[in-house]
Unconditional design. Structure first.
Length: 572
């Protein structure tokens, strides 16, 4: 995560304004302090980036997204750990994270000795205001957090540490280790081993997320400590017992292919057309005797389906980075749905309980998130994109009737609609930042009106439907130059040319010249894009170079290229 000062000139101007009347010596002393403040501000921004990455993992990654797995974040100092803890209180992990440091106890610190605004005061206030409640002692708090982390992972999902718990602490739920501190040699090896304790079939890997670019050090540490001296095996190939570092995506793809083939082999004897009737006949038989005789076969089928789904869940969020083609991915999704349906049919026919093994939660999450299948309807859970699709297909009144019926009050329905629109905007804003920024402004106005009751319910519904339709089919400005007619991608480029980040690029002020530039860029992309270029670094660089030759500005090229990559016509 790179750190840069965004505007050095403004910082200098502000400094000069604030130090008028000071001598050069006094300014020098203050400047040294100011440099420290710059570092702190930058560090906080960086921490927010780290936290954003962690939150994405808790939403998407196996185990973290179903309360089965936990993570440890290794901070660089007690101060950094305290700041991470405070920042997390404004996220979904609030009240689900703990802080365990080394050698710090606010009960041994006199508040009168800590200068207001200092690092010592920050640590003291963090413990007193955010951590230790009801006169709790540090030892009691830390023991409670460790117990929750080990025994109740859903109640302590993330532990922030400095030095403690990096050795000799075994928590089988711990699946991810986030490193934001430089650690070396034996200590590094010991730290990454915190993730290698298994607690069920749904944990096959420990994941190391390295924010300090220590990968070479990690590889070296594992190479040193996986020497033959550590082997306890009597086999002729002792290296089989050593810990190895793996590329999780390559290993995950191999596991997916293996479990897929195993399942196909197991189901090969099922008669055509291999649907419910044939699966039930093969795995259950036609009478009670058959049902009993085939119990072991059914168990193997249940386990094989679960293993296949679990292997898919491990790679699905980054499956575009594997060697699978889009057609192969689509076919695998169909297989997932097919085997899930067959699993349900066989279990119903056999009158057997649903499998309660830990990987069931991953399987359910997988089906609900990544496969086109119905999800359970939860009263009050309104953040579902299906409402958006219903409005587009049927209009807002019929959509509300289908989605909510008479179960909710108008206020609740309005909140659900607003939340839904916000979700869609977030997912689409990268396609055309300038256009969707205007839509976002309208959404803010609509939200304010609804909450202040400045508009009646029917008017709110009409405005919301118009907003949804504008998101689905962006309206075009009647004043657009004719050269842009019928070229939606060029229009998106035109919309954003004046606002993209740049260094030397100057957007034409004349609308005709700007439109001609947008069309020229559109033609450059269409003429030079290669099949399958998106995600292929070599092909992306070729296309980006062509764009740079037109703009002659690396920053502007990068900004515009990020918008271009969101356009479906360019990636077909």
């Amino acid at each position: 995560i790179e750190q840069n000062i965004s505007d050095k000139t403004k910082i200098d101007q502000y400094f000069e304004q604030k130090t008028q009347g000071l001598s050069l010596t006094q300014q020098h002393i203050l400047k040294k302090r100011w440099a420290t403040m710059e570092k702190l501000v930058s560090s906080k921004n960086r921490k927010n980036r780290v936290i954003a990455s962690i939150l994405v993992d808790f939403d998407l990654k196996p185990r973290l997204n179903n309360n089965r797995g936990t993570a440890i974040l290794v901070a660089n100092s007690i101060y950094d750990a305290c700041e991470y803890y405070r920042l997390l209180q404004n996220t979904s992990l609030a009240n689900k994270c703990g802080l365990i440091t080394t050698g710090y106890n606010p009960q041994n610190v006199k508040q009168s000795t800590t200068a207001s605004g200092s690092e010592d005061d920050y640590k003291y206030q963090t413990y007193k205001k955010y951590i230790l409640t009801n006169n709790q002692k540090v030892e009691q708090y830390e023991e409670q957090q460790k117990r929750l982390f080990i025994e109740e992972p859903a109640n302590c999902k993330l532990l922030i540490v400095c030095e403690k718990l990096l050795t000799g602490f075994d928590a089988p739920s711990c699946t991810y280790l986030y490193l934001d501190r430089e650690i070396k040699d034996h200590n590094l090896f010991q730290a990454i081993c915190r993730t290698n304790r298994l607690d069920g079939d749904d944990k096959e890997f420990g994941y190391i997320v390295d924010f300090k670019q220590m990968f070479e050090g990690i590889s070296e540490a594992i190479a040193i400590y996986s020497s033959d001296e550590l082997d306890t095996s009597d086999t002729t190939e002792p290296e089989d017992n050593n810990i190895k570092i793996k590329n999780y995506l390559e290993a995950g793809k191999q596991q997916l292919e293996t479990t897929r083939e195993q399942l196909k082999y197991l189901c090969e004897p099922v008669a055509e057309p291999k649907q419910n009737e044939q699966y039930i006949a093969y795995f259950c038989g036609v009478n009670e005797v058959d049902l009993q005789d085939k119990q072991l076969l059914r168990t193997k089928f249940y386990q094989a389906v679960a293993s296949f789904m679990r292997a898919y869940a491990n790679v699905v969020t980054n499956i575009q980075d594997t060697s699978f083609t889009s057609a192969e991915v689509a076919y695998i999704k169909q297989e997932i749905k097919h085997y899930a349906d067959m699993l349900t049919a066989v279990k119903l026919a056999a009158a057997e309980e649903l499998d309660t093994k830990p990987y069931e939660q991953d399987m359910r999450h997988l089906l609900n998130t990544y496969v086109d299948a119905s999800t359970a309807e939860i009263l009050g859970d309104l953040n579902n994109n299906s409402l958006y699709n219903l409005v587009i297909a049927t209009g807002i009144h019929e959509a509300i009737a289908k989605k909510f019926g008479n179960k909710l009050k108008q206020k609740n329905i309005a909140e659900g609609i607003l939340n839904n629109i916000q979700q869609i905007l977030v997912s689409k804003q990268h396609q055309d930042p300038a256009y969707y920024a205007k839509i976002s402004e309208k959404l803010v106005e609509l939200t304010q009106q609804q909450r202040e009751s400045a508009t009646d319910y029917q008017q709110f519904l009409a405005d919301a439907e118009q907003l949804i339709n504008n998101i689905n089919k962006p309206t075009q400005d009647d004043k657009l130059p004719n050269i842009l007619t019928g070229k939606p991608e060029a229009i998106r480029i035109y919309n954003n040319l004046a606002s993209i980040e740049c260094e030397s690029f100057s957007c034409p002020e004349d609308t005709q010249e700007k439109a001609q530039l947008a069309v020229a860029i559109d033609n450059i992309i269409l003429d030079n894009k290669q099949h399958g270029w998106l995600g292929d670094q070599a092909k992306e660089r070729i296309l980006q170079q062509k764009l740079y030759e037109k703009l002659q500005d690396a920053t502007a090229t990068e900004a515009l290229f990020s918008i271009i990559k969101q356009q479906s016509r360019y990636t077909e």
